[in-house]
Each structure stands twice: as structure tokens, then as C-alpha cells.
Design a protein around this ligand. Structure first.
Ligand code: ZN
Length: 519
């Protein structure tokens, strides 16, 4: 292939990717609608619409034509230059995605869809009755499929089957490397939680139960989004049962949250969490300076990994939102929206700053506080890795689960509903997904320390409602790169260090100790 032909192939490749991504964006819009405003009568036809779009997208992502276009550009000097530019990064990532997509036989994909949809129904019933035995045969089927899937996806650089599944969510990550970081985090966190529990009294949290009508909570959410820098001209905030963020198109990033009158804080932090995802989506280079979506569909306009995505949501939810300095700004704003309800209940910035930094072991992951959350994740990582390796039999899962909750959180698990049946992930076939939650927390802590070291007054600025410097820093160091660097390379480039448990441990101690009156 001559270089002129390669250059033409690269242009055609860009068009091809943009069309595939455009199809995907229509599916994204249809899914968003399904979760928000779709009337229930539309459900069965919506499933047909989404299935067709998924089929078309899959065909395009595995087509021989795509393979030819990638091959025509690879190694061509006019296209890839010295190998450090956007084009080279695109081709590297496209090759990865393509190889992975064509390695999975269609029959296995179809079987996985069939089994996991039935497994989800079985999981729902089993959870309702708190009866693991009802779910066990489905868990065995799902794990069997996951082993097959991993065997298809294994490549030479991977150490074990689990790595092949992990790679779907956290490209390039290795389970041995994750275990190296998680091990000390688990042990030290577990010790810290015991130390905190021994102090007895936690902070006063009554102020978090002040009743606030939904419309007032929504007003606060919108004010906070605006202040953090979320572009409401290119996004929305709506209500759903399960909050999410979807940045499916250039100039269109949708956030959702949910409200409970007696827990305004959940909606606020839920909104800030999704806002962090949304700021990342809005900061990815999907459009050029002229507002043309030329790079939409190219890897360099996409998110690095679920872990890096989660680092952005955790940054705004925890590092910003649970800072006492944030409350110096947010309390008057919240009082303005809530008719003074928080101040009447005795809230001050200090009271709020302590109330949102509790550290109490609990049984349910999604309700856990920031101090204890990662233990829930690490327990799941250890168990699913053992299940996949065949070191733990599915029938022994409840016992193994309960033993780990006792060991690391000091809790007795009273039943499977509040134990190993609480999460839907395994029924969905999401094995290798859990670690991305804790990776997100670890990355965010490491990014945070670097940002603070470069901008010493960063946290003080929050008290004045100045969130722009942090957003600009994230735009420059993380958002703007898309998938140009893998997650661990990005971490090292930004922070100068490999991923480590230390920054997160330092952060948790710094926030939680004052709330418990510890030095
Ligand atoms: Zn998230």
C-alpha cells in the first residue's frame, strides 16, 4: 500500500467510525428515554429497536471492511508519523478493540445474552426469598460461560482467565497487579475501621434527615451542577430509579438522579457523582474547536476505562463534595433552596463536614459510606476471582462471603439477601467489573494529591465556590487525552507514580479522623 492510499484509508476509517458511533448514539438516546420518560406500553418495541441497533453496531465493529481499513493504515509513515500522535494511538486502540470483538463467536454472545437474562429473573426471585439455592444453578451457568468467554479473549500477555474479563472494563489491567494494591488497602482499611469503631461515638448526623421536598432538592442539584462547571446547554438532569450518566453524543450528556424527601444528601451526592462522569464526557475531545464532531467514534475521543471514569465521579462526589470547605459554600446555597431548613436544624459548615464523613461498617455495598465502601468491593474481587479459577465452588459462596464480612468488616451476615445475593452484577455476567469501583477511588485520590500539590489553595477555593481550577486541571491532564494513554500509563504521566493505596488511605484518615474527634 502506498502512503497516498493509506492516507485515504485513514479518512475513510474516520467516516466509518463516526457512522458506527452515530448508530450507538441513537441506541444511547433510546436507552436514556427508556429509563426516564418512555411510557410502559413502548417497552416491547423498544427492546426490538435496541436489539436491531446492537446487531448493526456489532456487525460494523467486526466487519472485514473495518479490519482492512485498520490494516491499510497501520505502519504507514504518512498516517502514523513517529508513532506518538493521535493517529498512532487511534490505530493501536482500534486494533485492540477489533481483535477482541472478532475473537468472540456469535453463538457465545447469543448464549450469554440468553442465560444472563434468565439469570437476572432467577436472581430477583432468589433475592426476594433470600434463597441462594434458587440462584445457584444460574450462577454456575454464568460462571461456566465466563470461563469460556475468558478462554476466547485470552491473549499472551495475560496471566489468568480473570484478566481477560477484567480487560473488558479496565483495558490492560492485570488481576495480580490489582491484588498487589488491594491487599494492603484491605488490611489497613480494615484495621482503621476497627480503630474508628473503638472510639464509639461518631459524628452527629441528624441534620442529614431534614425533610426537603423533591422540587427544592432539584433546584439545589441544578445550582451545584452549574457551579461545578457542567454545561447545561449540552446536557440535562432527570429522574430515574437507578441514577446514571450517559454521554452518548457530542454536545449531549444526560445525568439522572433520584430523590427521597428524608434523604436530600443522597440525591445531592448522587447528582455530584454523575456530574463528575458528565464533566469527563463533556471534556472528551469529541468535537474540534469549530464544534464539528470530526473525531466522534475515534478512540482518542473516548473514555480510557471504567476505573478512570469512576475516578472522575468520585473526585467531585467525595474529594470536593465531602470537603468541609465545600460546605462553607454549599450550606448557604442549600438554605436558599430549602427555605433555611438546614440552618434551622443546626447545620453549620463544620457540622455538615463531619456528618458526611462517617465510617461505620454495614452490610450493603451501595449504602456504604466512603470509609468502608472499598472493603465491599475488594471482598467481591477476591470471591469472583476464586470462583472463576474454580478454587471456590458456587455452592460454597454464601459461607465464603459471610466469612469475609466477618473478617474484614466485623459483621455477621444475617441472610443471603443482605449477603451474596445483594448485587445484580454476576447475574448480568459482569465478572471483572467490581474492581473498577475501587480503582476509581484509588485513581481519584492519586490525582487529587497531585492537583493539590500543583494548586495549594485548591480546597480553600471551594469555600468561595471556585471549582473552575480543578475542572481545568482535569480537562488538561485527563479529559483531553481520551484513550491516548492506557489507565496505568495515564496515572504515571499525571502523578509521576504507579497506582498505590497510600493516597486513598491518607485521604480517608484526613477526612474521617476529625469527624470522630481523633488526632
Ligand atoms: Zn459511577
Amino acid at each position: 500500500m502506498t502512503t497516498a492510499l493509506a492516507a485515504r484509508a485513514y479518512v475513510e476509517l474516520g467516516d466509518y467510525l463516526r457512522e458506527t458511533a452515530t448508530l450507538g448514539s441513537v441506541a444511547g438516546l433510546a436507552s436514556w428515554d427508556q429509563e426516564t420518560y418512555m411510557p410502559s406500553g413502548a417497552a416491547s418495541f423498544r427492546a426490538e429497536q435496541l436489539a436491531l441497533l446492537a446487531k448493526l453496531t456489532h456487525e460494523r465493529s467486526t466487519s472485514a471492511r473495518l479490519g482492512e481499513l485498520i490494516a491499510a493504515c497501520e505502519g504507514d509513515r504518512e498516517v502514523v508519523g513517529d508513532g506518538t500522535g493521535v493517529e498512532a494511538a487511534n490505530l493501536r486502540e482500534l486494533r485492540r478493540d477489533y481483535e477482541r470483538a472478532v475473537r468472540l463467536p456469535a453463538s457465545l454472545v447469543a448464549e450469554e445474552a440468553r442465560v444472563t437474562s434468565q439469570a437476572q429473573e432467577a436472581w430477583k426471585r432468589a433475592k426476594e426469598r433470600s434463597d441462594f439455592a434458587m440462584f445457584r444453578p444460574w450462577l454456575e451457568k454464568v460462571m461456566g460461560l465466563m470461563r469460556q468467554k475468558a478462554d476466547c479473549l485470552m491473549t499472551s500477555g495475560m496471566g489468568e482467565r480473570y484478566d481477560a474479563l477484567l480487560d473488558l472494563y479496565e483495558p490492560g489491567a492485570k488481576s495480580a497487579e490489582i491484588a498487589r494494591v488491594f491487599g494492603p488497602l484491605r488490611d489497613r482499611l480494615s484495621g482503621f475501621i476497627r480503630e474508628v469503631a473503638a472510639r464509639g461515638r461518631g459524628p452527629e448526623t441528624g441534620v442529614l434527615s431534614v425533610r426537603v421536598p423533591e422540587v427544592q432538592q432539584h433546584e439545589l442539584g441544578m445550582k451545584v451542577l452549574g457551579a461545578l462547571g457542567f454545561d447545561l446547554g449540552a446536557g440535562r438532569l432527570d429522574t430515574t430509579a437507578h441514577p446514571f450518566c450517559t454521554g452518548f453524543a457530542p454536545g449531549d450528556t444526560r445525568l439522572t438522579t433520584r430523590y427521597r424527601d428524608d434523604r436530600f444528601i443522597d440525591a445531592l451526592y448522587g447528582t455530584m457523582h454523575e456530574c463528575g462522569h458528565g464533566l469527563y464526557e463533556q471534556g472528551l475531545p469529541k468535537m474540534d474547536a469549530a464544534g464539528v464532531a470530526a473525531r466522534f467514534g475515534q478512540p482518542v475521543s473516548e473514555a480510557v476505562s471504567l476505573g478512570i471514569h469512576e475516578s472522575q465521579s468520585r473526585m467531585w462526589e467525595n474529594f470536593v463534595g465531602r470537603s468541609p470547605r465545600f460546605w462553607a459554600w454549599a450550606l448557604p446555597v442549600a438554605d436558599g433552596c430549602f427555605g433555611g431548613a438546614l440552618s434551622r436544624a443546626g447545620a453549620t459548615a463544620e457540622v455538615m463536614g463531619r456528618a458526611v464523613n462517617t465510617c461505620t461498617p454495614s452490610l450493603i455495598r451501595v449504602e456504604a459510606d466512603e470509609g468502608t465502601y472499598n472493603l465491599h468491593v475488594m471482598i467481591r474481587f477476591e470471591l469472583e476471582r476464586a470462583l472463576l479459577r474454580g478454587e471456590l465452588a458456587e455452592r460454597d459462596l454464601p459461607g465464603a462471603w459471610n466469612a469475609k464480612y466477618k473478617e474484614f468488616l466485623g459483621l455477621e451476615v444475617p441472610d443471603d439477601r443482605r449477603g451474596c445475593l445483594q448485587d445484580v452484577h454476576w447475574a448480568f455476567g459482569l465478572v471483572g467489573y467490581f474492581p473498577t469501583y475501587t480503582l476509581g477511588n484509588l485513581y481519584s485520590a492519586q490525582f487529587w494529591e497531585k492537583a493539590v500539590s500543583e494548586m495549594p489553595g485548591l480546597e480553600e477555593g471551594f469555600a468561595r465556590g471556585e471549582f473552575g481550577p480543578l475542572l481545568s486541571w482535569l480537562r488538561r491532564n485527563i479529559h483531553g487525552h481520551g484513550r491516548r494513554y492506557g489507565a496505568s500509563e495515564l496515572c504515571e504521566r499525571v502523578t509521576g507514580q504507579k497506582l498505590s493505596a497510600e493516597p486513598l488511605l491518607r485521604h480517608l484518615e484526613r477526612r474521617i479522623k476529625p469527624a470522630y474527634g481523633m488526632a
